[in-house]
Write a protein that binds this ligand. Structure first.
Ligand SMILES: [Zn+2]
Ligand SMILES: [Zn+2]
Length: 73
């Protein structure tokens, strides 16, 4: 059995909601694909149980990262 991220593998769409306006946020991809050359960041390792994605609210324009738990296939 393998654990995969449902968003990276396009199995399901995000259901992340904007905490400001409640709109559905769009998945921008994995946070490690947007590594910031400025400023310290937590070391990113591909965690066993989750994948960290960046979500964006098109309504407010805010972005937020959150954990997406992997599922067993
Ligand atoms: Zn993922
Ligand atoms: Zn919003």
């Amino acid at each position: 059995m393998a654990k995969i991220c449902p968003l990276c593998n396009k199995i399901k769409d995000t259901d992340a909601k904007c905490k400001d306006c409640g709109s559905l946020m769009i998945n921008m991809g994995r946070v490690q694909d947007y590594s910031d050359p400025y400023g310290p960041q937590d070391p990113i390792n591909d965690a066993d149980n989750y994948c960290i994605h960046l979500f964006k609210c098109e309504n407010c324009g805010i972005t937020e990262s959150s954990k997406v738990y992997k599922i067993n296939i």
